[in-house]
Ligand binder design. Structure first.
Ligand SMILES: Nc1nc2c(ncn2[C@@H]2O[C@H](COP(=O)(O)OP(=O)(O)OP(=O)(O)O)[C@@H](O)[C@H]2O)c(=O)[nH]1
Ligand SMILES: [Mg+2]
Length: 458
């Protein structure tokens, strides 16, 4: 299925570090390792597998010593790629690792392409596709939660669950196919109802997994929230209060903020990038005008908006237009300056905000911030409780949706009394959807695209 040559690459990032690792995989690994590595104490003979050996890396032609190093050989199949693998752990200077890599390439290896080690692991059945994607996400994780979701996927959590759904589906398929093969045994009404029930239960599980994507995506990539409101209500003060530092300029002059300032806070493992922006109002000032346009665009693209009102002053037409601008968006309304006597008409707020949650805060005195954070988290996650398993990858979600559509069609086919062949076609389609996730059915283009996004050496 792939060219069985030996590939090599530097597996650690460029630059200086304590250690750098040069890695090779393929049939020539052991030969090359022996040619370039001399064990300390003059010991010769075979390198024991899965054992670290200490010695020097030598150019066998010139006898030049390149570095002192630890070398490990992992004979197949017990290696990351499922092939013979060897790694040289050398001193972490960019020149040292490069010189060792060149030596390995001269002795017959080829420079690995991005993700090629992991691709070989997949092609050799060491990992399925969802696990390989989990490895990539683990490398890219930006929060602890994202990291643990990725690790679970790399260890096969999602694959196992998808495998169980696939088994359930196969049971149903067998039943349907039996009545295709033995047409005299038509599917009775009772049996039809039973089948529809089973498919419905399976579809429910697939739908739950799809619903978890919204969570998975937020934990993996983070959420974007805009702080919006008319000038001077305390947007910048609120960002500073949530960050716990004086990050943004705050003044009593309306129109202070013009540029967008984005900072990330951690809401119980959920990374939230908060943008403070120009206050939204009609203005003649050309600089502020651009700021306002920026703000409105940004609100459009955000996952949610945090609208700030000034509780110590009566509402204005500008407050109304801000609330109107976010009507279609997930929004939390913060009524700020709760430390001052309140002058805002709470009836107006309730009527204008509609069903959007409200919270009273004082950015200046740090009151109500915990409640605000809690409400913001609930608003973003929008589900009663954390799903036990989360789909974080759009490709998986799309495949599950294909399965869901096919299962729905299969139920309709049963209800409409269609021939078992037609039910079977839909179930087969659903099976394909599930198998795309783990890579049992897939095309080479998808595989190429997934592994291309890895780094070299992984
Ligand atoms: N008493 C009180 N004053 C506040 C509070 N929050 C903000 N302020 C004051 O309100 C004024 C405006 O605050 P900013 O944070 O600059 O308001 P803003 O919404 O970012 O304003 P622009 O950037 O001009 O749109 C400043 O004088 C703040 O000290 C609060 O909770 N209580
Ligand atoms: Mg401001």
């Amino acid at each position: 299925m792939y060219k069985e040559d030996t590939i090599a690459a530097i597996a650690t990032p460029p630059g200086e570090g304590g250690v750098a690792i040069v890695r090779a995989s393929g049939p020539d690994s052991e030969r090359i390792a022996k040619e370039i590595f001399r064990r300390s104490g003059g010991r010769n003979g075979a390198l024991r597998s899965h054992t670290l050996h200490y010695g020097t890396v030598q150019n066998p032609e010139s006898d030049e010593t390149l570095d002192q190093a630890l070398v490990v050989l992992m004979r197949k199949p017990r290696s990351y790629t499922g092939e013979d693998v060897f790694e040289v752990h050398c001193h972490g200077g960019p020149l040292v690792a490069r010189a060792i890599l060149e030596l390995i390439l001269v002795r017959g290896a080829r420079h690995a392409e991005p993700g090629e080690f992991t691709k070989r692991a997949f092609l050799n059945g060491r990992l399925d596709l969802a696990q390989a994607e989990g490895v990539l996400d683990l490398i890219r994780a930006r929060t602890r939660k994202g990291m643990s979701l990725a690790l679970d996927q790399a260890q096969g959590g999602l694959s196992k669950w998808v495998g169980e759904l696939r088994e359930e589906l196969l049971d149903i398929l067998v039943q349907v196919e039996a009545s295709i093969d033995f047409p005299e045994e038509e599917i009775e009404l009772l049996q039809r109802n039973q089948l529809a029930g089973k498919i419905g239960a399976l579809k429910e599980k697939v739908s739950e997994l799809i619903a978890s994507y919204e969570w998975g995506r937020l934990f993996r990539d983070g959420a974007r929230v805009c702080i919006a409101g008319r000038p001077n209500v305390g947007k910048s003060s609120l960002l500073n209060a949530l960050l716990g530092e004086e990050r943004v300029i705050v003044t009593p002059v309306p129109g202070t903020t013009r540029d967008v300032v984005e900072e990330t806070i951690n809401l119980g493992g959920l990374p939230v990038a908060l943008s403070d922006m120009a206050g939204i109002r009609e203005t003649e000032d050309p600089v502020e005008k651009i700021g306002v346009e920026f703000s409105l665009k940004r609100v459009e693209a955000a996952d949610a908006t945090l609208v700030v009102l000034d509780g110590s002053a009566p509402h204005t037409a500008e407050d109304r237009s801000v609330l109107e601008a976010v009507r279609q968006k997930r929004t939390l309304v913060a009524i700020n300056k709760s430390d001052l006597p309140q002058a805002i008409d709470s009836g107006w707020v309730a009527a204008t905000a509609g069903d959007k949650p409200l919270v009273s805060v004082s950015a200046k005195q740090g009151l109500g911030l915990d409640k605000l954070k809690q409400q913001l988290r609930n608003l973003l996650l929008n589900l009663p409780s954390e799903p036990p398993l989360m789909v974080t990858n759009l490709r998986h979600k799309v495949a599950l949706e294909k399965g869901e559509r096919a299962l729905t069609a299969a139920m309709e086919a049963i209800r409409d009394g269609l021939a078992p062949e037609l039910i079977g076609v839909e179930l087969q389609e659903a099976k394909d959807g599930l198998e795309e996730i783990i890579g049992a059915v897939t095309n080479d283009n998808i595989i190429e695209r997934i592994f291309e996004s890895f780094c070299i050496g992984k």
